[in-house]
Design a protein around this ligand. Structure first.
Ligand code: FES
Ligand code: FES
Length: 81
């Protein structure tokens, strides 16, 4: 896989319970083994993780396909892949 192409980790979002005030680093490259979050595997790629800071505690749907236009959140694009 070219280093400038994201890998589809899965064709659906990851529901995650986020905590108010906490920051999360979403994996943009798709190579992390700790999906949907970054584990440093993007090193050899052109990608960097996307920071998400939770304003309230709730369930958030993080994009698993890495093609969302509203990354790090799912926008439904995975249905077209
Ligand atoms: Fe994918 Fe860090 S491992 S962005
Ligand atoms: Fe990527 Fe839904 S999982 S847009």
């Amino acid at each position: 896989m070219p280093a400038d192409t994201p890998i589809v980790a899965q064709k659906e979002p990851y529901p995650i319970e986020v905590e108010a005030g906490k920051s999360y680093f979403w994996c943009a490259c798709g190579r992390s083994s700790k999906q949907p979050f970054c584990d440093g595997s993007h090193k050899e790629t052109s990608f960097t993780p996307v920071k998400y800071t939770a304003e309230v505690s709730k369930t958030v749907w993080f994009c698993g396909c890495k093609a969302s236009a509203k990354a790090p959140l799912c926008d439904g694009t995975h249905k077209t892949l």
